[in-house]
Design a protein around this ligand. Sequence first.
Ligand code: NI
Length: 254
Amino acid sequence: MFIDSHAHLEMRAFDRDRDEVITRAKEAGVDYIVTIGTTLSDCEKAISIANKYKSVYAAVGIHPHEVKNINDLTYESLKEMAKAEKVVAYGEIGLDFFRNLSPRDVQIRRFGEQLELAGEIGLPVIIHDREAHAETLKMLKGWKGSRRGIVHCFSGDYEMAKKCIDMGFYISIPGTITYKKSDVLRKVVRKIPIESMLVETDSPFLSPEPRRGKRNEPAYVVYTARRVAEIKGLPLEEVGRITSENTKNVFGIT
Ligand code: NI
């Protein structure tokens, strides 16, 4: 009934109780979880978790925070990993000009290379954009690939969302939709069609209300879906059904 399109189950925050977390998601009606590796070793871990649990799929790629560590062998390893049966996307890749944990020029160069690589491998992309809206749009526009993918944890305004959708991307809505200050995001949800929308947790980060401040987990994607349902004036089941269809379409999950 729901899919969490973006979680980080491989992160250490879940080492102690990953089994329970995945079980709780299922009990909450979350049929599938896509877990996103951010470093080479976390990508391997993401794949092994996906291999263990029927309800989990994986994405591989190097997060903008980590791109300063890319070396000659990194892309070869990622290409190999991408062949695994449960890998459904390349990412998350993009730009983070909020934390700047990798230098900006390196982020831009590596983002371009990873877009090309994703195109070559033939996987949809998962885009990370924090405080880098104009640069992200510019990179996506300049990309010669097939532009299949998702802008995850969307934080832009409606104009940006419209541009992304027109290019062929889906918009993934995070738990921040429940926060008091998130008027811009609520306006995005109000104005874009539900057919272009996914929901996600980005767990263990960004817990929605009323869980804010605690560790996030895939079961809580339902809080996000509920808020989307209120804003769109749709039954919760409809939001779950349509966003799940969208997620299956973009990732090719059957
Ligand atoms: Ni993430």
